[in-house]
Design a protein around this ligand. Structure first.
Ligand SMILES: CC(C)(COP(=O)(O)OP(=O)(O)OC[C@H]1O[C@@H](n2cnc3c(N)ncnc32)[C@H](O)[C@@H]1OP(=O)(O)O)[C@@H](O)C(=O)NCCC(=O)NCCS
Length: 143
């Protein structure tokens, strides 16, 4: 398994995973493409197995603060430790003494467990944050 920073060439496989991981409201091609453009303020990390992308996580950086804004693992590779490896790799590459934030749906137990396992803590709730009316849990980890 290889973990690397993605680029515009990775758009199609990421879009394909995005549609299957979030069938109700996937990010659009344009949204993903924007994250993949070279920009010091953002990275899309990808995991590859046998030359195929099987997961990704998009990160935006500000001084002293990073945001994990989207993450998914190809459904046929879920629950095999891929998400945890990708997340820990990303956290290893975030500068020390900064805070990492993310939002997760209140009912998304796989993701909440993944983040809790990595040391994230719940810091706030945003009520009805998502378009389907579900609340967001804001989680934070200090690295
Ligand atoms: C959430 C997601 C990224 C987890 O990736 P993954 O590769 O399947 O997770 P891992 O196999 O690395 O599991 C790591 C930990 O996450 C938790 N977890 C993962 N899948 C879980 C499930 N189905 N139920 C409960 N906990 C789960 C567990 O704590 C697990 O640790 P354990 O194996 O020691 O129990 C993946 O399920 C996914 O892509 N989901 C759809 C998209 C999504 O919800 N993204 C997150 C948006 S905030």
């Amino acid at each position: 398994m290889i973990i690397r920073i993605g680029n515009a060439i990775d758009l199609e496989p990421i879009l394909s995973i995005e549609k299957r991981a979030f069938p109700e409201l996937p990010w659009s091609r344009e949204m993903i493409n924007q994250e993949l453009q070279e920009n010091p303020d953002r990275n899309t990390w990808v995991t590859e197995a046998d030359g195929n992308i099987i997961g990704y996580c998009m990160v935006r950086y500000k001084p002293g603060e990073s945001h994990l804004i989207n993450m998914a693992i190809e459904p046929s590779y879920q629950k095999m430790g891929v998400g945890q490896k990708l997340l820990l790799h990303i956290l290893d590459h975030i500068p020390n003494n900064s805070s990492v934030f993310l939002e997760v749906k209140r009912g998304n137990f796989p993701a909440i467990n993944l983040y809790l396992d990595a040391g994230f803590e719940e810091v706030a709730i945003r009520e009805k944050y998502y378009t389907d009316g579900e609340d967001a849990i804001i989680m934070c980890l200090k690295v």
